[in-house]
Design a binder for this molecule. Structure first.
Ligand SMILES: Nc1ncnc2c1ncn2[C@@H]1O[C@H](COP(=O)(O)OP(=O)(O)O)[C@@H](O)[C@H]1O
Ligand SMILES: [Mg+2]
Length: 342
């Protein structure tokens, strides 16, 4: 139910609102079938006439294996209306750190006297860097599409739950510290303004052979402006993450206790950040008639989990996909998986 209207599964991803396109995140534990399902959904939507991009953000890429085609960092057209890419993580982190380093050198000219590159090398190994680089990559893809409107739907095949949750939480956390940094910067600029008023001229410093005038008006301060522009980007992406119209999260589980418990925790965590999950897909459900002797207990456990799912996820759309006799690979097999979700 969305706004009192019951929607069919694929209608959930129809672009709505003024963003012009819809963003889908497929989440879940490793091995549950995220890539298989995200590729199936992306393909199905492309056959309905939407221009779809599917991006693998999982460092353990297997989108290419599932589509049965070699993929790279740049989107490759894999079918009519369907493009796919696997993000190059090393290049992504390097690009992120290089940009950071350039900005720091630009804003703080005196840092060039220090060996900044050495610090950047340390940053590469620091916790959280991969999450920030991934968020930056999502931002880059979405901003580009906002400008060139190339795709109607962008599907992200995400890393296992823990990492994805940290990425989704980043905007909220970032807004806390960036607002604090902006206050600090304003306080610094205010000191400069006081000094300028007392001395009758703006504060100047000598960096190398150059005399640099330090602005006190926030609109002229490159550091403040950079913080402001970053805050705007983060607010923009958070708005997409938290909007029902602009984005959807699909949670994938297997009919086993542990993935379901994990999914329930993830749901609670996302709720804290104002992010809702639209559908839960229970993948690899054992068809009772196919179960051989000795596996009755397994089936009983599955029944128990399915009942638990009904209870715990009564507010969202739940879809089931059976365990298929073979691993779905290639567009024809994915089409079959996709049709099970209709
Ligand atoms: N419904 C299904 N029936 C049979 N095999 C499946 C099904 N869904 C996924 N698989 C297989 O399970 C394995 C893991 O799926 P994958 O989509 O790679 O999971 P993830 O991306 O979550 O790690 C793959 O070998 C895939 O082919
Ligand atoms: Mg995968």
């Amino acid at each position: 139910m969305i706004g009192g209207v019951t929607m069919s599964f694929y209608e959930l991803f129809k672009p709505r609102g003024d963003l012009g396109y819809h963003v889908v995140f497929v989440m879940g534990k490793g091995g549950v079938g995220k890539t298989t399902i995200s590729a199936s959904i992306a393909y199905k939507l492309s056959t309905r006439g939407y221009r779809v991009l599917i991006v693998s953000l999982d460092p353990a890429h297997n989108l290419g294996d599932v589509l049965d085609i070699a993929l790279g960092d740049k989107p490759l057209k894999v079918a009519e209306n369907l493009w796919a890419s696997e993000v190059d993580f090393d290049a992504m982190v390097t690009a992120y750190l290089e940009e950071l380093s350039e900005k720091m050198k630009h804003f703080y000219k005196y840092l060039t006297v220090l060996n900044l590159d050495k610090y950047i090398d340390v940053l590469r190994e620091s916790p959280g860097i991969e999450e920030y680089a991934t968020l930056e990559k999502i931002l880059e893809i979405l901003k580009e599409n906002t400008t060139n409107k190339k795709y109607d739907i962008i599907v992200f095949d995400t890393p296992p739950t823990g990492l994805t949750l940290r990425i989704m939480a980043l905007p909220t956390i970032t807004l806390l510290w960036i607002n604090r940094l902006m206050q600090l910067r304003l306080a610094i600029l205010d000191r400069r303004r006081i000094i300028a008023n007392v001395t009758g001229e703006p504060v100047k410093v000598k960096i190398g052979d150059e005399i640099v005038t330090l602005p006190y008006d926030p609109r002229e301060d490159p550091v403040f402006r950079e913080l402001e522009s970053y805050r705007n980007d983060i607010e923009w992406i958070n708005n997409i993450f938290t909007s029902n119209e602009y984005s959807s999260i699909i949670m994938v589980v297997n009919p086993e206790m542990l993935p379901v418990i994990e999914a329930e925790k993830a749901l609670k965590t996302l709720k804290k950040y104002g992010i809702g999950i639209k559908t839960l897909i229970v993948n690899k459900v054992l068809p009772p008639e196919s179960i051989g002797k000795g596996y009755e207990e397994r089936l009983r456990l599955q029944e128990k989990v399915l009942r638990l799912i009904e209870e715990k996820f009564s507010n969202i759309m739940v879809k089931k996909i059976p365990l298929l006799p073979s691993e779905p690979r290639g567009l024809r097999a994915l089409e079959k998986v996709a049709s099970l979700l209709e």
